[in-house]
Unconditional design. Sequence first.
Lengths: 306, 620
Amino acid sequence: MSEVKDMNFMGMRKVAAAASIVLLLISIASLAYQGLNLGLDFTGGTLIEVGYENKADIKHIRETLEEAGYRDVTVQNFGSEQDVLLRMSEAYRANLGDEVLATLQNSSDETVAMRRAEFVGAQVGEELRDQGGLALLLALAVVMLYVAARFQFKFSVGAVVALMHDVIIILGVFSVFQFEFDLTVMAALLAVIGYSLNDTIVVADRIRENFRIIRQMMPADVINRSLTQTLGRTVVTSLTTLMVLLALLFMGGENIYYFAMALSIGVVVGTYSSIYVSANILLVMEITREDLLPPETDDSDLDEIP
Amino acid sequence: MLNKYPLWKYLLILMVCTMGVIYAMPNLYPPDPAVQITPTKSGDVVDDYTLNRALSVLKEANIQYFGQEIKDGKTALIRLQDSEQQLQAKGVIQRKLGDGFIVALNLAATTPQWLVDMNAGPMTLGLDLSGGVHFLMEVDMDEFLKQRLNNYRAAIKRALREQKHRYKRVVANGDTGIAVKFAKEDVRDEAYTFLRREYPEFLTTDEDKEDGFWVNLNLTPAKIKEFEDYALKQNLTTIRNRVNELGVAEPLVQRQGRNRIVIELPGVQDTAAAKKILGKAANLEFRLEALPDASRYSSEEFGFKTQPGRRARLEKAVIVTGDNVSNAQPSFDENGQSQVNINLDGNGGAMMGKVTKKAIKRRMGVLFVEHKVRTRYEMQDGVEVAVEDKFVEKKIISLATIQSALGSQFRITGLEPAESSELALLLRAGALAAPMYFVEERTVGPSLGKENIELGVSSVQLGLAIVLIFMLVYYRTFGLFANVALAVNLLLLMAVMSMLGATLTLPGIAGIVLTVGMAVDANVLIFARIREELKAGLNPQQAIHSGYDKAFLTIFDANITTLIVAVILFAVGTGPVKGFAVTLSIGILTSMFTAIVLTRALANLTYGGRRVEKLSIGGK
């Protein structure tokens, strides 16, 4: 029926599995040894962003603040040369932002503008961390149930393993490169779950359909055919999504840079995992045609088999 | 016949699209910078006279304005030419109108009347886009319960005395309980029955210990919850009043969880003033100055709030607290001296009268009690952790001689003008039922907000442009259908968000961008199917029909799972994450409609009901 030759995706499955496992191990090792570079949302603390008219002198700012007696100040550019992000472990006071601004203003000839000031209590940070983790687990559990109900148990294992694979690798990238992990990245992570799931379900749907209509074929071949058939769609969708994400990454500004970054990684990894992780799991769990026959048509189907 | 929709379906689609256009339209009209005038007291009105005074002072200051209106006699709005003059306008009007009115910056919607009549309005912008302050405050429930239990202890002592149950001691028992000690068992048993009957809000148990016979009273969980709800509600009201004093156009004061209050003040530029009034989680204590021979045990020494170095010794007994203060206003006495008039509630007035009657010519001090947090860092298991210590700071804000016995109305005289308005503000800001602490604060400057909008809009535009071009090249005519669907999808998304009054945030814009990317997925699925069916030898009409048919379930499953994730995100997330979840969920729903129903209608209109040789859908 198909003139296009099926691509032998599953022939590569051992190599892919090995690659996935290596990536996962690196991610987990990095998470265990150096952890995540948690943002203000999760650690608590004080953050102030100020804008200068011209290129800001980071060294001078740091010295000014240290002279003024602020402890543990980190000063860095944020987005542009004029914008500066200050982080400090200084105890929170009602007028801290204005104090710091006044200190900086006094030591500079230009006008220094307050862009934003944030303070998050340690307690709140901890709660946000817990909430985020809870949301992730809850999302995984609900997804597993839905897929098990709509498809079949083996598919739901495949889907959830693929999602965990994606999440761990994104966390791994953020850990290895010590990118800042804040609330928006957490949201991105959950969006990746949604996106990757979308992909996995489209593939799973085709696998189920093919298992039902194709009779004498090895499971690996059925999966290969399904993947070949959905490849066009997978590539096009991933491309369009990636294109808008790149637009966001390069034009969305510093505040959502890591958000766009997490999503971009997620789209790439998610596409890969719907092919090589979830489909691979199906083979490992020895999916058969019988697993997928709709229960109510069982009898008639049995009759037809010669 | 294949690929023909009945007329009503086309009409329905047309109707949905029209609604989309109408409800998305208000977002096209940029709001005017404006100042808003409201009376300080809720009963007062803003009339034409007030408005004209405001307008005349604007003319004097040479500030351009072009529209003024009074809404329900309560709020006046004056539209200004540009936002740079907003602050200046606010300043001159406030000076002219004086304390009776609150002048605030506002953005006046320019939605045309016929749209307003249809209940259409623009989306609200989140703080990250409009600029402003976000505070999260935590109510100290432990402290509140402690205060309540102290009251109970006093009441129980009194009741036991009145009923002649001879107790030995009444002490605090844990955080939520009271224990009463008796010498004899039979006395205890009688008292036990009495307490159990009189105080059903406690779980009452008896206990025999070596040192005597005890009755333990513990607050029931239901009562604790009731107290917590009460404290939060009370604080919410106080905070609302304080926020109203700030004169912010559209503030948000909301409970969050068990013991927190979120405060969002969009457009606030003077954050220091906001913090000053909100952050004064203060209470007041009125006490007599200690006599020179007073013992250490009955008196305490305090510093003055505004005069460093000056100290005074006050009695430990508190006459009344800030809870009893019902109003406080600065004014002038007959000699033009500044003063503050204070009103107390009935109980407070009675207490004040009883004490001051015997203390004429002595001095009375007003203590300002602030609950503050000090963060220190200490090493725990090799990691530096932040520890927050709560502490109470008490400073004298006024020490004045009592001229005569005071009642529920009295005044503090001999103040500087600035001093009196500050003192009145502190007294009036209302007492909190329980102390509160700032646990989170975010300030976004107005320039950053504007920049965030621009960045967001330009990335949506760029992303959209790339996808539109790609779809057109790759799928030809069908690509055009998908593009129309995408545009309508954005329109509907905006319309639904405006209708729901949802708040647009920066992550929300990111959600829209993501929706753009993902919305084409449904069309890609359908078109890929149609191409496959064509390859399999179906004629164009059948291919369209079966392509849409077969792709539907897949699209449905894929979108539902994403929707589940978005809903979880909404339920668990806060602030920016919620904004993202909202746009994502709405985007999924609208995209299902546009990608499946709308493109099908377009395909039907173009190809349906006639002989078609070839579909323009790209591919070989």
